[in-house]
Design a protein around this ligand. Structure first.
Ligand code: GDP
Ligand code: MG
Length: 204
């Protein structure tokens, strides 16, 4: 490919959800291929890595939020800076599921009252099947009312971990590359990969 001086796109993604749902564990599993059992619960941090997303090199920037979101003003600030959100709950903790409603509404409000936010509802800890409290049906129904996708993960086994970050970048992508109205007869934009084989999302 010819060298290009186009700057690399940065995808600013934010982990939200109650304490203990696995925001840090998901982030660290994605970034470092490690399951961390005792990550400091009050520590918020951000992580950046180069990723090949469907043939385009981009940067993923993940903000792993923690206790600081108790201050609404701080929450507003990071929500404003985010382009995509992983709304994480723990499938063994019903309260963590209902907690997301407030967070979701706050994101909607901060994102200029839009009706639609680039987000995925994430049900984590599905390896703990025997302790499950939130059913697949309930979670899918909630996601449908928010017009977003629902994906189940395990930060412990890495089930669907890469998938949630990659899919969220794909959801954010059209917002970053707005297609100017091409007129009715114009072909579809060619931003998405032509073949399934080109559809890859790999940390570089
Ligand atoms: P955070 O407060 O949302 O960042 O939650 P953490 O990532 O610190 O996780 C809280 C606890 O849940 C830790 O002990 C993690 O090891 C554990 N945990 C996180 N994800 C999973 C998972 O998918 N399965 C299991 N079994 N435990 C998990
Ligand atoms: Mg954490």
């Amino acid at each position: 490919m010819a060298a290009s001086n186009k700057t690399t796109a940065v995808y600013r993604l934010i982990m939200v959800g109650s304490g203990g749902v696995g925001k840090s564990a998901l982030t660290l599993q994605y970034m470092y291929d490690e399951f961390v059992v005792d990550y400091e619960p009050t520590k918020a941090d951000s992580y950046r890595k180069a990723v090949m997303l469907d043939g385009e090199e981009v940067q993923i920037d993940i903000l792993d939020t923690a206790g600081q979101e108790n201050y609404a003003a701080i929450r507003d600030t990071y929500i404003r800076s985010g382009e995509g959100f992983l709304l994480v709950f723990d499938v063994t903790d019903a309260e963590s599921f209902s907690d997301l409603t407030d967070l979701y509404e706050q994101i909607l409000r901060v994102k200029n009252g839009g009706t639609n936010i680039p987000a995925i509802l994430v049900g984590n800890k599905i390896d703990l099947a025997e302790r499950r409290k939130v059913t697949l049906d309930e979670a899918e129904q909630k996601a449908r009312t928010w017009s977003i996708r629902y994906i189940e993960t395990s930060a412990k086994t890495k089930h669907n971990v890469d998938k949630v970050f990659c899919e969220l970048m794909r959801i954010v992508r059209p917002f970053k590359n707005p297609v100017r109205d091409p007129g009715p007869a114009a072909p579809r934009p060619t931003k998405s990969p032509k073949t399934k084989k080109d559809r890859k999302c790999i940390i570089l």
